[in-house]
Design a binder for this molecule. Structure first.
Ligand code: SF4
Length: 531
């Protein structure tokens, strides 16, 4: 007799009602209160409109995520998000690693008014979370970068519009992430997206190299090149069919195995490409891999000339992505006062002001510094990213944002001469919203049993990076008590400065020439417990 498997509860909720069909319910819940929310809406469908219950759940507050395709914002849009944060979210705000903005303490009765305000300035939360195509990321310098192959803003807007509220793709097995990059630095992580499209010069103009099936989370996997190039005109059709293959062939029994990366692991690149070409009805054009630099400036922090003569852009670092409502409003005002009112969010949780007359860039940088956004920050402030952590995230094992702030301040004092680029991730759980596997030093939330009882701790990954020779960080056996990570990172950074072959050796190369056993011993960190 055949064994009938119990249906995955998320799949059941989605089958009974599509995630996009809960908008009317949201309006009704806003009138009737938090207690009226159906369980499947609360735990599943509200995510399709960017709403997640936040910790502690019983307080009835939500996190709300706003989509910002390619991180492109007008000052009006940023000011509006800032005003909403001040009015409804206790001034909270984070820039996410997908170039969106999320805020906290949202009450269900306030959601319709927030949606109306966002819509009035062309913003949406539809598809910001849930098993659907998420915010499409792209080069934050698109249209202004002197070396770019192509301005990707129009194609990203086209693909965003195509998938927005598209019920053909609103019930996918799991979330689905697309990035489209148009410059030779390739800072948007095509290697770790479900679809990565990266521009390069082909024989007959600019084309995009196609990568499929990347993703982080608890089981990281790099995407695979399908060995083909697609034109700008083909991109929407190719994304349509890859998303369709995922919808129809992805694993719907196990949420842990549902991402496209598992289908790719099962099929391999050749079978996937054949299936895609069958769907398209024609053969794709074979093409060579792009040259992706490992050491390029991917943070975009500082003052740089744009391709438009006489104009500069100013990139400013946040602290672990934190951007309060007041800072958003002030930033929008600075963007208007000094430039053309254009702002970009980066995948490293920082922001950029565009179109500043070059002679005014320093003055704008000073104004940003006065509101806590650093245009000339330390290596540590530039390179540290952090996820939400225990303050609001129900899955978190450790606090992250305040921990990142403390870590940055400590390292700035302890290692003032440190100059080598260094990316640090402070992530609250293995789900990897802060990309610990692809940072130089990845810290992942965990627990440790000590004589004082169970305490917050971090696991350590070393040497991960994207770009040429991309690799995931190596996982060490040890866990570090959370209060001691600043000492651990100091020791490992100091060991690098003293032990590198030359000043030109990167942290990644330094880590790569050590065995895992040597890495365990590199920073003994006597104050940290080891397992
Ligand atoms: Fe929450 Fe984990 Fe994501 Fe951090 S990585 S925001 S703790 S789910």
């Amino acid at each position: 007799m055949a064994v009938i498997k119990k249906e995955n509860p998320v799949e059941k909720a989605k089958r009974e009602r599509d995630g996009l069909d809960c908008l009317d319910n949201i309006i009704a819940y806003a009138r009737q209160g938090f207690g009226s929310i159906e369980e499947d809406d609360l735990n599943v469908r509200l995510r399709w409109y960017g709403l997640y219950t936040q910790r502690p759940a019983e307080d009835g507050y939500f996190m709300l995520r706003v989509k910002v395709p390619s991180g492109i914002l007008s000052s009006l849009q940023l000011r509006t998000i800032g005003e909403l944060s001040v009015q409804y979210a206790r001034g909270t705000g984070d820039i996410t690693t997908r170039q969106g903005i999320q805020f906290h303490y949202i009450r269900i009765d306030e959601v319709p008014a927030i949606f109306t305000r966002l819509e009035s300035v062309g913003l949406t939360t539809s598809g910001a979370c849930g098993d659907i195509t998420r915010n499409i990321t792209g080069c934050p310098l698109t249209g202004i970068d002197r070396n770019e192959f192509i301005n990707t803003e129009p194609v990203i807007e086209r693909v965003h519009r195509y998938f927005l509220d598209n019920r053909e793709f609103s019930n996918l097995p799991r979330k689905f992430k697309i990035t489209i990059s148009g410059c030779p630095v390739y800072c948007t992580g095509h290697e770790i997206n479900d679809i990565g499209l990266v521009a390069l010069n082909g024989d007959n103009g600019v084309v995009f190299d196609l990568w499929v099936g990347g993703g982080l989370g608890a089981k990281e996997r790099f995407g695979e090149r399908l060995g083909v190039h697609v034109t700008e005109g083909e991109i929407a059709r190719v994304c349509h069919h890859i998303c369709g293959i995922f919808r129809d062939h992805g694993n719907r029994q196990s949420r842990a195995l549902a991402r496209l990366k598992f289908l790719m692991a099962d099929w391999g690149a050749e079978k996937f490409r054949n299936e895609l070409e069958n769907c398209l009805g024609y053969k794709l054009t074979p093409g060579a891999a792009p040259k992706v630099p490992v050491s390029a400036n991917r943070a975009h922090i500082g003052i740089f000339a744009q391709k438009q003569a006489g104009l500069s852009y100013v990139g400013a670092a946040t602290t672990g992505g934190l951007l309060s409502g007041e800072q958003m409003i002030a930033t929008a005002n600075i963007a208007d006062e000094f430039g053309g009112g254009r702002v970009r969010l980066t995948p490293t949780q920082n922001l950029i002001l565009l179109d500043l007359p070059s002679e005014h860039a320093d003055a704008a940088a000073s104004r940003l510094a006065a509101i806590g956004l650093h245009v000339h920050p330390s290596i540590f402030r530039t390179g540290t990213i952090a996820c939400t952590g225990t303050q609001f995230c129900k899955l978190a094992q450790t606090e992250t944002k305040a921990r990142a702030d403390e870590l940055i301040s400590y390292l700035e004092t302890a290692l003032p001469e440190f100059r080598s680029p260094l990316r640090i991730s402070v992530t609250g759980c293995p789900n990897s919203c802060a990309h610990y596997q692809i940072c130089d030093i990845g810290l992942v939330g965990d627990f440790l049993n000590t004589t004082d009882g169970k305490v917050e701790a971090f696991r350590v990954y070393l040497g991960g990076h994207l770009g040429e020779g991309y690799k995931f960080g190596r996982k060490l056996k040890r866990k570090i008590v959370a209060t001691e990570i600043k000492h651990y990172v100091e020791e490992i950074s100091r060991g690098f400065v003293n032990g590198r072959i030359s000043e030109a050796e990167s942290f990644q190369d330094y880590i790569a020439r050590h065995t895992t056993e040597e890495l365990e011993a590199l920073a003994p960190c006597t104050r940290a417990a080891a397992i």
